[in-house]
Design a protein around this ligand. Structure first.
Ligand code: 5RP
Length: 235
């Protein structure tokens, strides 16, 4: 296995081993890092542990089914913990998410869970969000108008994901990837974007992260210490 994949596997497995307890309902994220958390949960379920999950995307649903992880609809039970990757983690633990297009369900689950554990490899750690384009989910009817509004209000590029073959989210919506550059206040930007009629959700996640797990230089997995306005870890 390549080193990069080994690093994702290490954080994914560590998150499940440290934070998932038997008998609980958990949220499972999307992407190549969350893949390894799903893999680990599958191993524990097949070993007989009663764990049920809510999936953040249709891809994660399929991976769970293939591994025998029982799924329940979102909202049916309290979520003890949710584990997900991120595209960027800022010093204040705000996140950019949605590189895989699952931002709406990922945010729904991050908002609802008692503990939100973010798993990343070190290159995802940044001082401020924004080098990665911010995904914005938009209802299809409004996409051209929202694209223009974002350009006019913020003076930035809003690129429809997929170009001529639009990427359609699990909710039947479209995505605009916006180049805001260095984002000073992700809370304010998220609110301003959601004020535009037609915007469903943004990939800016603030005040939701409880734990950040990242690969350490010694090959182990470290729990990052909170900085700035980061929400302190739930014990
Ligand atoms: C999907 C996401 C993913 O968590 C994010 O894109 C990170 O993915 P990966 O672990 O593959 O780098 O937000 O919508």
């Amino acid at each position: 296995m390549a080193d990069a994949e080994m690093a994702k596997r290490a954080v994914g497995f560590a998150a499940v081993d440290r934070y998932v307890t038997s008998g609980t309902c958990i949220g499972l994220g999307s992407g190549t890092t969350a893949y390894w958390a799903i893999e680990r949960v599958g191993e524990r379920v097949r070993a007989g542990e009663p764990i049920v999950a809510v999936a953040t995307s249709s891809t994660t649903e399929r991976l769970c089914r293939e591994r025998g992880i029982p799924l329940i609809p979102f909202g049916e039970r309290e979520l003890a913990v949710a584990i997900d990757g991120a595209d960027e983690v800022a010093a204040d633990w705000s996140l950019t998410k949605g590189g895989g297009g699952a931002l709406f369900r990922e945010k729904a689950i991050a908002l609802a869970t008692r503990m939100f554990v973010v798993i990343v490899t070190p290159e995802k750690l940044v001082e401020r969000l924004g080098a990665f384009r911010t995904p914005v989910e938009v209802v299809p009817f409004s996409v051209r108008w929202v694209e223009r509004e974002i350009r006019t209000r913020f003076g930035v590029e809003a690129l429809p994901r997929g170009g001529d073959t639009p990427f359609v989210t699990d909710n039947g919506n479209l995505l605009l990837d916006c180049s805001f550059g260095s984002i000073r206040d992700p809370v304010a930007l998220d609110a301003q974007l959601r004020e535009i009629h037609g915007v469903v959700a943004t990939g800016l996640f603030s005040g939701l992260t409880d734990v950040v797990l990242v690969n350490g230089s010694d090959g182990g997995v470290e729990s990052l210490a909170p900085r700035g306005d980061a929400r302190p870890a739930v014990p």
